[in-house]
Design a binder for this molecule. Structure first.
Ligand code: 2RA
Length: 359
């Protein structure tokens, strides 16, 4: 299947990652033509894609209507403005913003977990799919097989989120603050719109704004999205989101309670069979011949990889059937661009795009 694909937010870190991923062939579709959209400041510039130069345009409905599928990798306001109009014309929109994630008739999809929702029946009327938050995606990847096998009673998660989750300006802030320390021995800078306190050599229990109930916006997204994707509206989930001074790769420390008895080796077994998950969990670096990661995986090792890595799987006695583990994945790939492109690929493989286009 050959498709005209549009990327809205093409110059941002997620848009750039999407471009990189689309240079590889997918099993369900080929990019016939690529259309790129970004703000006025970038419009008119060109980006190379597979030996062609593509000119960046400002978003406009008439141009977007030439696409078969669009990936929105920009803020919720742009998604809210264009997606309903495009969907009405039968164009598949995959939204990386939070604009439609809570909408009851918009599927919130991680293909390995609930890709069955990407059916022609679900998408023919309103062909919009929301892609979850970059912490929710790896979390539900690990929870899904465990929920099915052992019954999930409770989830407690603390995140270790890299600055790229907040975009290119946040990467620049961490770089500048770090340089300022090494060059001027000055750690006093900080307080930007993105980070209320200095992020270099620091950690911050704050990702996005604080809500009335005391959770941050990020924490409330992780809780609500995990419940929606796992189809468990009453699942008890506690989240603490922390920004750390790493560039790419979000880590998550997770403690789970299950309905049935479990051992760490049963958890390893279940996770290692789930598509997209890679279990790297050794008790000693001496087992180096087993894998090149060693005992566990860190954000820097996950950078540029497609897998969700799970390490440090162990029993805990804080719950009757309790397990703690560590998850890490590239927040720009599986946490964002890759997941959205996998949605398009699934819709091509199962005939959903074909049936939307035939209307
Ligand atoms: C972050 N998850 O890491 C948020 C938004 N991508 O900042």
């Amino acid at each position: 299947l050959e498709l005209t694909i549009g990327i809205v937010g093409a110059t941002g870190v997620v848009g750039q990652t999407a471009l990189d991923i689309l240079t590889d062939d997918f099993s369900g579709f080929k990019v016939k033509k690529l259309k790129l959209y970004a703000s006025r400041a970038s419009a008119g510039k060109t980006i190379s894609f597979k030996n062609n130069k593509v000119t960046i345009e400002e978003p406009s409905l008439s141009s977007m209507l030439e696409c078969n599928a669009l990936l929105f990798a920009t803020d919720a306001a742009i998604s809210s403005e264009y997606i309903p109009k495009l969907a009405e014309k039968g164009i598949l929109c995959i939204d990386k913003s939070s604009a439609f994630r809570a909408h009851p008739s918009v599927p919130l999809v991680v293909p390995e977990v609930n890709g069955n929702l990407l059916s022609p029946e679900n998408l023919s009327k309103f062909p919009v799919v929301a892609s979850p938050n970059c912490c929710t995606i790896p979390l539900v990847m690990a929870l899904k097989p465990l929920q099915e096998k052992f019954g999930l009673k409770r989830v407690i998660v603390s995140t270790y989120q890299s600055v790229s989750g907040a975009g290119k300006p946040a990467i620049d802030i961490l770089t500048d603050e770090s340089k300022n320390f090494f060059v001027n021995h000055d750690l006093t800078c900080g307080k930007s719109e993105l980070f209320p306190k200095s992020i270099a050599f620091n950690v911050m229990p704050y990702v996005a704004g604080i809500l009335e109930n005391g959770d941050t916006d990020e924490e409330s997204k992780i809780i609500a999205e995990t419940r929606k994707i796992l189809a468990s509206p009453n699942l008890p989930v506690a989240a603490t989101s922390v920004r750390v001074p790493t560039f790419v790769g979000h880590g998550e420390s997770v403690t789970l309670e299950f309905s049935s008895k479990v051992t760490a080796s049963q958890i390893k077994e279940e996770l290692s069979h789930f598509p997209g998950i890679c279990v790297i969990d050794e008790k000693s670096m001496l087992n180096e011949d087993l894998n090149h990661f060693g005992m566990f995986v860190t954000p820097r090792e996950a950078h540029g990889k497609d897998e969700v890595f799970v390490s440090r799987i162990r029993k805990t006695d804080v719950f009757d059937n309790g397990i703690s583990l560590w998850i890490v994945s590239d927040n720009l790939r599986k946490g964002a661009a890759l997941n959205a492109i996998q949605v398009i690929n699934t819709c091509a493989l199962n005939g959903t795009i074909q049936s939307i286009l035939a209307k």
